[in-house]
Write a protein that binds this ligand. Structure first.
Ligand code: ADP
Length: 515
């Protein structure tokens, strides 16, 4: 019964209203009890009854007639502190101290964890004060809330545990959230000092945010200089990614302290530099030793020969014929020429390494040019070697520095002769590679060949193969040849087998060819 006894004429209307209210209350999912001004339960809804049935709280007529305040005050269940709070809340609402009272409280069953929210409010019913106590089961909501809190806590724990700084920025570049690493690395005491600050306050050189933060979102990130709260600076790596939250655009910003990495990088660079310097130093040492031993060999022979001719002329001048004197002078001149050539070679090599050689190419008829060089050799060595020139083409034109290239062909031909037995065949062949349209010039001999172990170092200055020691040489011809050919945009290679012979192949770019 919601209403007190009223005059006869209002009775019917009130009863209809009462039924209507009851039906409305029954339709609600909250467990509702209506109390009179003393706190006595005067009505309950269907959900209340159902809950009472399920939990064996039938208590006579579902508590109707009981004083709810007394129930709260004397509750001895697990939730009694909450029950007492509810009792206090109801009293405050009854006394008009507050319009409503809301409390969330746990009400766990034997097999299930449950949460409720009780809401107490007041209304007047035909001048009588009535209190509505509505318990709404919010277990599902609570579970979601708890899960959310738990995953937030987990996320926060992860964010705080990572050593990288993770901050969230709004579209203006203002810091909205920051993890613990942010505070410790940038030297701030608390979050409050950081939140609301612009990202640029953390950087020595501010980012130009004219085009927005999106312009800085890329996979590689940015290496920048960070500034701590005390003004000190350190290298950082910053990566930005856009983030959509509740339809709002944010940016996550991951900042790594690069101090250690930069130190390691600097150490690696320094170590590599030292390594290169040591390697260079070792190479120079090897080169110097080879140079000295070459000088020992190669300078001694002409100098001894000059000395001999000189001694002969000086001591036996009165005994020597004019012809003998002439011969001695010729020998001195020849040996001086040889020495000059050697010095020229050393100078060429050192100049080419230091500032590059002077390269003056001209349009040249390659076949005629080579044939002339070969003919000179045929003329000089016709008694000891057979030198063949072979070329099936009529004309090849190429941009050549003739002075330089002469040095290359002379070296290859004189090596082929020097390292071949007397009577040996030396071939000088020219052809054009159809595919690459480059001239291929081969100098082929059937001489002593090059031992396998020396092959990979053959173009190093002063390197001479083990089987060439007894023959004169400086080990400078091939490295010089290589540099000259490369200046022409070509290359030099060889194939060789010890005791069988060698083939040196030059590849040179050409302008045109005709067969
Ligand atoms: P070198 O004055 O010693 O001949 P090069 O630089 O011209 O200097 O050649 C370097 C080395 O390559 C030679 O000392 C020799 O050991 C080897 N070599 C070059 N050409 C030939 C060849 N045609 N046959 C065998 N060995 C060769």
């Amino acid at each position: 019964m919601l209403l007190p006894n009223d005059p006869q004429q209002a009775q019917i209307g009130q009863e209809i209203a009462e039924e209507f209210v009851q039906a409305a209350l029954d339709a609600l999912s909250a467990h509702i009890a209506i109390l009179d001004e003393t706190g006595t339960i005067i009505a309950v809804n269907a959900a209340w009854r159902e809950f009472a049935d399920q939990n064996n709280f039938t208590n006579g007529n579902y508590g109707i007639g009981l004083n709810y305040l007394a129930v709260c005050d004397t509750s001895s269940s697990l939730n009694s502190p909450d029950a007492r709070l509810v009792g206090k809340g109801i009293r405050e609402v009854m006394a008009g101290i507050r319009d409503e009272y809301i409390l969330e409280y746990p009400c766990h069953g034997p097999y299930e964890r449950r949460w409720f929210v009780v809401r107490v409010s007041r209304f007047d019913w035909y001048d009588q004060q009535r209190i509505i106590v509505a318990h709404q089961n919010v277990t599902e909501l609570k579970r979601i809330q708890l899960q959310l809190e738990e995953s937030n806590q987990r996320l926060e724990a992860i964010l705080n545990a990572v050593s990288n700084i993770i901050i969230t920025l709004d579209t203006n570049g203002t810091i909205v959230t920051a993890n613990r690493a942010m505070m410790s690395i940038f030297g701030y005491e608390s979050e409050d000092e950081v939140l609301g600050k612009p990202l640029n306050a953390l950087l020595v050189e501010p980012l130009d945010l004219g085009k927005g933060l999106l312009a800085f979102c890329d996979d590689h990130g940015h290496e920048l200089i960070g500034m701590r709260s005390d003004g000190s600076t350190f290298p950082i790596h910053l990566t930005l990614n856009k983030l959509e939250l509740n339809r709002e655009r944010y940016y996550t910003c991951i900042i790594q302290d690069f101090t250690y990495r930069k130190q390691v990088e600097a150490e690696i660079i320094e170590r590599e530099r030292v390594q290169v310097a040591l390697e260079k130093e070792r190479e120079l040492r090897v080169l110097k030793n080879r140079f000295l031993s070459m000088m020992g060999h190669e300078l001694n022979t002409p100098l001894a020969s000059i000395q001999l001719s000189y001694d002969m002329m000086k001591k036996y001048e009165h005994l020597s014929t004019e012809e003998e004197k002439e011969q001695a002078l010729d020998n001195i001149q020849q040996q001086v020429g040889h020495l000059q050539e050697m010095i020229h070679d050393v100078m060429t090599l050192s100049r080419s390494e230091a500032e590059g050689l002077r390269f003056e190419p001209e349009d040249t008829d390659l076949i005629t040019y080579c044939r002339n060089v070969v003919e000179e050799f045929q003329f000089t060595y016709h008694k000891t070697h057979q030198i063949e020139f072979c070329c099936d083409l009529r004309d090849i034109r190429a941009m050549l520095d003739r002075r330089m290239l002469r040095r290359v062909f002379t070296n290859l031909l004189s090596n082929a002769i020097k390292y071949s037995p007397e009577g040996g065949l030396v071939q000088f062949c020219i052809e054009v590679d159809d595919e690459t349209q480059q001239a291929l010039i081969r100098v082929i001999d059937s001489g002593i060949g090059i031992p396998q172990e020396d092959q990979k170092r053959l173009f190093e200055p002063f390197h001479r193969a083990g089987n060439a020691n007894k023959l004169p040489g400086t080990g400078l011809g091939l490295p010089i040849a290589k540099q000259i050919v490369e200046l022409h945009g070509g290359s030099i290679a060889f194939e060789s087998k010890e005791s069988e012979g060698s083939t040196f192949t030059l590849t040179l770019p050409i302008l045109s060819s005709r067969s």
